[in-house]
Ligand binder design. Structure first.
Ligand SMILES: NC(=O)c1ccc[n+]([C@@H]2O[C@H](COP(=O)([O-])OP(=O)(O)OC[C@H]3O[C@@H](n4cnc5c(N)ncnc54)[C@H](O)[C@@H]3O)[C@@H](O)[C@H]2O)c1
Length: 264
């Protein structure tokens, strides 16, 4: 492993690129610069053309990319068939996927209004998907591997409006712990960690009520005086995927300007 290219020779799957503001895009850039070869997904026809263009412009014309809707088992299975047409080994997987339907109480208003159907959808897409993708990628991680998912502080403390996504993040973090245990005992362990990112202006974030207030509060209160950049999230994800993190698993790493330590 060279220090300049800590992921040289490694193959990674990146999920969750919607546009150049996506956290997944920032992490993909860092993984690419660190020497990894990457395989991407796009979610359905609506994003297909723009994500393919973005990926090919930034990561090379021959970068493999395929449709993946994590709400559908057939789509997950097709995706991993596609991956196997391009590689027989995967070293890392990024899970940067979240969705909650806009319904009463889901991403603003009263938490107690959350409808059952919205709850089920959000938990499936935002948390169960980590289990499904981990199960799909595990047989390809023949040399061991690293799975990283994106979480948020609202899983632990109340952040008004984050409501349904907070429960999904709690389920995501707990799933990552149990996956870390499940996959850790292998001869070639697969590590599973979460990065808990401070607020970043993305498409998904814009759906959360009062997001710009959240941003301002971070700037006022966290020790470093700001949230985090895509490049910083990329650097952390590169470290987690590298051999230097070989003994780190089941953890939630806060990349949030230190907001997490504050009591007030
Ligand atoms: N932006 C923030 O402030 C912030 C903070 C902490 C954690 N996160 C997390 O980071 C991750 C990435 O989000 P982002 O902020 O970059 O926003 P984004 O909108 O750029 O990315 C969200 C991605 O989820 C994908 N997705 C949604 N439903 C899907 C499905 N059924 N199948 C496949 N893909 C699906 C979308 O296509 C999109 O690419 C999410 O898990 C989010 O909760 C974001």
């Amino acid at each position: 492993m060279s220090l300049a290219k800590p992921l040289e020779g490694k193959v990674g799957i990146v999920t969750g690129v919607a546009n150049k503001r996506s956290i997944a895009f920032g992490i993909a850039k860092a993984w690419h610069e660190a020497g990894a070869k990457l395989i991407f997904n796009y979610q359905g026809d609506r994003l297909k053309d723009s994500v393919i263009k973005l990926v090919r412009e930034n990561f090379g014309e021959d970068t493999p990319i395929c449709d993946l809707d994590v709400g559908c088992d057939e789509s997950i299975s097709n995706f991993f068939n596609f991956v196997q047409q391009h590689t027989n080994r995967v070293d890392m997987l990024l899970h940067a996927i979240a969705f909650a339907p806009k319904m009463p109480g889901t991403l603003d208003g009263h938490f107690s209004d959350i409808p059952r159907e919205a709850f089920n959808t959000s938990l499936q897409i935002s948390a169960y998907s980590l289990i499904a993708l981990a199960r799909g990628v595990a047989p390809l991680m023949t040399e061991g591997g690293s799975i990283t998912a994106l979480s948020y502080y609202a899983s632990k403390k109340v952040v008004p409006n984050y409501n349904l996504m907070a429960i999904s993040k709690a389920a995501l973090e707990t799933s990552s712990m149990y996956l870390a245990h499940d996959f850790g005992g292998r001869e070639k362990p697969i590590r599973v960690n979460c990065i808990s990112a401070g607020p970043v202006q993305t498409l998904a974030a814009r759906g959360v009520g009062g997001f710009s207030t959240m941003f301002k509060i971070y700037e006022e209160r966290c020790p470093i005086g700001r949230s985090c950049s895509l490049a910083e999230l990329g650097a952390t994800a590169t470290f987690l995927a590298s051999d230097g993190a070989a003994s780190i698993t089941g953890q939630v790493l806060y990349v949030d300007g230190g907001y997490e330590i504050m009591g007030m």
